[in-house]
Design a protein around this ligand. Structure first.
Ligand code: M6R
Length: 611
């Protein structure tokens, strides 16, 4: 949600900032803007994508400076428009030439705005960010860092910011609280960005700023301090992302690339963690807490969107494999629901980005109430990983497509590992675990088999792509898969889709079914297979067209369905790793056929860092 990039060094800032914005564009794409200090503050911004900004800038030599900042926006306060695009300036009447880019929300912006207006400030936009720009300008007395510090002390909310000032052309000030920001450290240059993707082309050394921290950067100096101005020494770390991982390569879309990366992603997630022979799972991140986790009495999974669907599957797995009571909850609901945390409760935050504000806030709340907290997270060093007691990295590599695919499979795989790890400390026998883990090791190859059906799936999608309402049904571990299938379809193709437990359909939603309505049913061989077949009949007798996801070899299912995608036969607990894949491919093709921008669906952004 909003991408920030800032640069100070010896190179032309404009090219570097635009390149960074393109890499960050998946974080938000409502509008884009850039500010460079070059004989004063030069600023250009526009509604629309980064390429519109690039065209607008052309070769304008006013932007030839070596210090600047840029932003790509996902609107929170104020519609997407030129005037609401970042960067925002302080009051031009004051003549400071201060510009700021911001990711987050200034919650007390209304009160601050009133105060500033009472002091003569005139605002040019509807944004909370402009309020912060004016506040910094209001306090400015020749020291940018000091005025930023003073302003941030007045602010409540979340922010990652970068600030420049025409009167101090050699200084870049950045700060964060609750929104991600990292500083890439090059030789006599710094590249600040919301995430590593805008940095790795220039350096692999970076500093992750802590909350409530300010950094003052010049080409040859660096100082980080708290809001109370106490100097701190941050940790430098090596970025694990390399350029190739974030390039599109020969694929037309990141989503398709990431769908096809799934076999390799799951291999990486499993590597060194599974010993099928003795039925054991090694999760290095949990070692330190093995004793405490051995006493787990309840596991609560928290997440949003796709990550929550993985959490729902995880709760089935923990109950099934570890025999520990478990449930999954929207992080956003858990946080405000006054949830009861009993002794022995472990709360697991699931998140690709590790930055989702709702999930982060819920994790904090759980920790405050005394739960032990774990993170199943993809992005190394992200906020959730740093704030949880322990965790398991997904290791699926960077996910750029807004629609989550390989991260979901990583989340489910990590959940299988966690559930088995917990189970082996309780009732799960080595033999049971061993046989399941043996199959788990083959899952990457099995996923490839499903991927091979992409053309056939496209053909089926072609028959139904004009239909505006779809249902997705599943039972047991495949019920969250149905939810995920519906989410994928609606978020990138804008088709209305609902996912639900197959049995729930007849309690109301069945009224939606009319002639030819596409109903996708996960109908693999499982403990509830017969029941699912009955649900299929219920759909058919109301004229619905059933597209089934079934087990290879189950040819008889063709007799009761219009279309079938087959997946290899695996134990029920592992089925989501295969059954979701045709649904991802289905959604992809539907979006392409409808002519949508698959990687940048309307109104969305990759990670949602506001509550
Ligand atoms: O980064 P997170 O996994 O915490 O993100 C949570 C959701 O915003 C995310 O899974 C979202 O639902 C997906 N992008 C949908 O495909």
């Amino acid at each position: 949600m909003c991408g920030i990039v800032a640069y100070i060094g010896g190179k032309p800032a404009r090219e570097l900032l635009l390149e960074g914005l393109k890499r960050l564009e998946y974080r938000g794409y409502d509008s884009a803007g850039i500010a460079v200090i070059n004989g004063g503050l030069q600023l250009s911004k526009t509604a629309g994508r980064v390429r519109v900004l690039e065209d607008q800038l052309g070769q304008d030599d006013r932007f030839d400076g070596t210090i600047g900042l840029a932003h790509t926006r996902w609107a929170t306060h104020g519609e997407p428009s030129d005037r609401n695009a970042h960067p925002h300036e302080d009051d031009p009447e004051l003549g400071h030439g201060i510009a700021i880019v911001h990711n987050g929300i200034i919650e007390n912006h209304a009160a601050l705005k009133t105060y500033l207006m009472d002091n003569g400030h005139v605002f040019a936009s509807d944004t909370d960010t402009e309020v912060l720009a004016h506040l910094i300008g209001h306090f400015y007395e020749g020291d940018l860092e000091a005025s930023v510090r003073q302003a941030l002390r007045e602010v409540t909310g979340a922010y990652a910011i970068a600030v420049v000032c025409a009167q101090e052309p050699d200084v870049l000030v950045v700060a964060r609280k609750g929104s991600p920001l990292m500083i890439g450290v090059g030789s006599d240059e710094y590249i600040v960005a919301s995430d590593a993707s805008a940095i790795v082309a220039h350096t692999n050394q970076a500093i992750e700023l802590d909350d409530d921290t300010i950094a003052r950067l010049t080409t040859d100096s660096f100082r980080t301090s708290t809001l109370e101005n106490v100097t701190i020494t941050p940790q430098m770390r090596e970025l694990e992302v390399d350029l190739e991982q974030i390039e599109l390569g020969s694929y037309p879309h990141y989503m398709l690339k990431e769908i096809h990366e799934q076999p390799e992603a799951i291999r990486r997630c499993l590597k060194g963690r599974v010993s099928a022979r003795d039925g054991s799972v090694v999760l290095g991140g949990l070692n330190e807490f093995a004793r405490e986790l051995g006493r787990t009495r309840r596991v609560v999974f928290l997440g949003q969107g796709t990550a929550l669907h993985a959490g729902m599957i995880a709760s089935y797995l923990v109950e099934g494999l570890a025999k520990i009571p478990s449930r999954a909850d929207f992080a956003s609901e858990f946080r405000y629901r006054n949830a009861i945390i009993e002794d022995g409760t472990v709360v697991v935050a699931i998140s690709q980005s590790g930055e989702t504000a709702d999930t982060h806030a819920a994790l904090r709340e759980a920790s405050r109430k005394g739960a032990m907290t774990l993170g199943l997270v993809n992005v190394v060093g992200s906020t959730i990983t740093r704030e949880s007691d322990a965790g398991v990295y997904l290791r699926v590599g960077p996910e750029i497509g807004v629609a989550s695919t390989k991260a979901f499979l990583g989340q489910v795989t990590a959940s299988v590992l966690l559930a088995t790890w917990l189970g082996r400390r309780r009732f799960l026998s080595p033999m049971e675990a061993s046989s399941m883990l043996e199959t788990l090791n083959t899952v990457p190859t099995l996923i490839s088999r499903v991927l091979d059906q992409s053309d056939q799936i496209a053909e089926v999608v072609g028959k139904y792509v004009q239909r505006d309402n779809w249902l997705f049904l599943g039972r047991g571990v495949n019920y969250p898969v149905a939810m995920e299938g519906a989410l994928k379809l609606k978020e990138i193709s804008y088709i209305h889709a609902e996912g639900m437990p197959a049995a729930e359909m007849k309690h109301g939603p069945i009224a939606l079914i009319d002639k030819g309505m596409p109903v996708v049913v996960v109908a693999t061989r499982s403990s509830q297979y017969e029941k699912v077949l009955s649900n299929i009949e219920e759909v058919r007798s109301r004229g619905g067209h059933v597209i089934a996801v079934a087990t290879e070899g189950d040819d008889s299912i063709r007799n009761i369905c219009e279309d079938v995608f087959f997946v290899p036969d695996v134990p029920e607990v592992l089925q989501p790793l295969l059954t979701v894949v045709p649904l991802q491919i289905l959604a992809y093709h539907a979006a392409v056929m409808r002519g949508h921008d698959v990687d940048k669906p309307r109104n969305l952004a990759k990670s949602v860092t506001v509550e």
